[in-house]
Ligand binder design. Sequence first.
Ligand code: COA
Length: 416
Amino acid sequence: MTKPLEGIRIIDFTHVQAGPACTQLLAWFGADVIKVERPGSGDVTRNQLRDIPDADALYFTMLNSNKKSLTLDTKKPEGKEVLEKLIRESDVLVENFGPGALDRMGFSWERLNELNPKMIVASVKGFSDGHHYDDLKVYENVAQCAGGAASTTGFWDGPPTISAAALGDSNTGMHLAIGILTALLGRDKTGKGQKVAVSMQDSVLNLCRVKLRDQQRLERVGYLEEYPQYPHGEFSDVVPRGGNAGGGGQPGWVLKCKGWETDPNAYIYFTIQGHAWEPICKALGKPEWIDDPAYKTAEARQPHIFDIFKTIEGWLADKTKFEAVDILRKFDIPCAPVLTMKELANDPSLRASGTIVEVPHKKRGSYLTVGSPIKFSDLKPEVTASPLLGEHTEEVLASLGYSKQDIFNLREVKAV
Ligand code: COA
């Protein structure tokens, strides 16, 4: 089967997580992704948090599957010449260097556009161009703080909190992938490439849009009824941290199940969907709540919502998180067990769907990684191992017309 992005050649000038997550996604869907790395060292994540001496770290292998690796010193004149050839023959260049690094290398947008007017140049930066912080280097947690996630995550009596989900890194990479695909479709119509830029701050904020919604509601009415602070606590003029409260119109909370005293993950998330009140009462064995005026409407329940959650915890006390969900699902109640990474890694459904895959690697043996979370009817993305440093240098150079002697000469001057 032909993959949708087959024939699209991508220069992957990315490192760490935000950029590599984007190019990995495009590689899964068939793009020919050539990762350009500094000779001798390569992407810094090859060495970070290693669990096996002398083998690429999982940090690298889990973000660079399905790619080729070309080592190239793009600061040396010989390396720049190779890169220019590659640029002339590629569709997309993706980079996430610190601000100004590509310009300093001699590859400004103007120069790239001159070398290949059809090429799409896609960049991740911490802040958008022209922003008063656009000179800053940025990592994941910095972006979560700058994008509004940290100030709204955690509990009201604790500090701003970072999410474990890579809202700044992988999320920005996903935004960039959408931008690249859009620009490729645009190029089909205009014949021209363009610059696609995504900032980590903007991408985090895009996912925090409901908190921007809440800021405006708070300014208008002075309270937020779905937050635990309502109606007994105080609101200031900024969106507070709401703990584990649901972010929509449905109250929800993380509730203790059997074994919570010793197992830190013996919990479920329980949502009280307005129209599901009757089934909830039936599931809990509390039919008297169905028509009780103190419980009947969402508005009536809100002042004592935590007492309701306590009652539900009483019901959960003799049920494991899995047993509880198995009962609640029959009543159509939106809920899930709080799953650990160990449980997810061994989940047969995730293995069967290809969301978690085991990949053989030349040096590591096999390792677990995520597969495509996007499922298609006509495409089953196969995940292949990340490349060793420089594994495809000769292959790529040969495809650009370099002879064995040329490659030898490039090696002599340490340009590849
Ligand atoms: N050959 C020669 N030089 C190379 C090279 C190659 N193949 N690849 C990279 N380099 C050079 C660059 O030219 C640059 O040199 P310069 O600073 O002298 O101009 C340098 O290596 C890379 O710099 P930088 O990207 O700033 O790396 P860093 O380790 O100092 O910072 C980040 C890392 C992630 C903080 C920074 O890249 C950044 O802010 N990126 C944008 C935001 C981002 O994506 N962050 C999330 C990462 S998950």
